[in-house]
Design a protein around this ligand. Sequence first.
Ligand SMILES: [Ca+2]
Ligand SMILES: [Ca+2]
Length: 166
Amino acid sequence: MDTRSHTFSKERLDEFRQIFEFYDVDNNRIMDMGDLDVALRALGFSPSESEVEDVIALMDVDGDKTIDFTEFCMIIEYLQFKKGKYGELREAFRSLDLCNEGLVLEDDVTQMLTSHAKEMTLKEINDLIRFTKTDELDTINYSKFVDAVEKADCDKNNDKDEDTFK
Ligand SMILES: [Ca+2]
Ligand SMILES: [Ca+2]
């Protein structure tokens, strides 16, 4: 990871430490997946089970399938980063999803993206819409859409990020 690892204030680190210790019930200074899930929720994140698995796979540096405090901080940092960058987009979609079905109208999406994702070109938006279109007329699956935006973004930055995870 890059210098973002050093951006936590001492207060934040103390808070993480307290949460870590609180949820490390058996006090062996590591968290298993279940502990981590509860701790992340306590910190205001709401990852799905597969997301928790994903971040563990990504952040479990020493590969022991459990999370020590250093890894824990990295996970929070990663989730904060993700939440900050795409959370807003996801929220915006959610507000359009009146029936709560995970589906939004294609027109609404185009309109929203032109105001929310200014760095995206109309062609990129249309490509993504085509990719995430559902069988139902003129609707898209927005969860799939945000994932696709994120992936496109990751691919774009791949050269830069490659070194930071070593
Ligand atoms: Ca433990
Ligand atoms: Ca580990």
